[in-house]
Design a protein around this ligand. Sequence first.
Ligand code: R5P
Length: 313
Amino acid sequence: MSLKILSGSSNCGLAEKIAKSLRIELIQRILERFPDGELHVEIQESVRGSDVYLIQSTSPPVDEHLFELFLLADACRRAGATHLTAVIPYFGYARQDRRSRGREPVSTRLVADLIIASGLERVVVVDFHGHAVESAFTIPVEHVSAVSILAEAVRPSVDKDAVIVSPDLGAVKMAERYAKLLDLSVAIVHKSRISGAEVSVQRIVGDVRGKEVLVVDDIISTGGTIEKSIKSLLDAGCSPSGVKVLASHALLVGPAAERLGKLPIEKIYVSDSVPAPERFPVPLQVSSLGSLLAETIQHLYRRESLGDVLVRE
Ligand code: R5P
């Protein structure tokens, strides 16, 4: 059975890197809009009998990228692909995994259902927001991580007494993984969310006085979480120099540039799960997920164990 890689439009650069690592060409496809705005997709080579991996981050514009994923998957299924896996480096809608205020949908679950309905039989996700993502699916979810890649990127510039900071309770497990890899201690910021773009900080658990801080999170969206965390860490007496931020997914939308540009951040370390903005007021160091995702695909294609690749927590 042949291995084929198909890319949506969300992150062609990363898809090219994955294909290059696997020494194959991306499948040619057409993605176009009809005059009425409907999306039309067409696969331009045979996928019959193939093991197809569809690369698509469901990053902004989230709904457009999701719909591309559905149509590309349906096209592959109807064209006779034997196996169909979605590689979703950034999985959108992961944060809407419950009804927190009442008359709301459980969007994570609905998106999972739609992905399954489009014919996909397995998904690969990088640093999903929470385990609710895996629970939402009735098909296998392979969870891989950018943490070790970003830890290696930051390692040469980390002080030996630096502290890894989790900006909320949800990122504690991730902070512990960074701390283990870099042999550092962990502090936790106690955050609550006021709205989609606003958060407030209650207190910091752990000693940061005089220390360099590395704030780690799965996602930077509007930058509100990182902004409030860094402000409260500075108030708590952390070293104002050497402040670093590490995040798997750099959405950097809305007021992110304005918020983060005002802070004494030395550098933000991110993956290429989402294409980085061309200009940003804080230095961004982007590490590619290309080799990790190529290795994951290779293991899946060969039906080999993913033991060394998957996140265990
Ligand atoms: C939420 O729990 C996530 O882990 C991130 O902290 C959050 O999504 C970041 O969003 P923003 O940058 O808009 O605060």
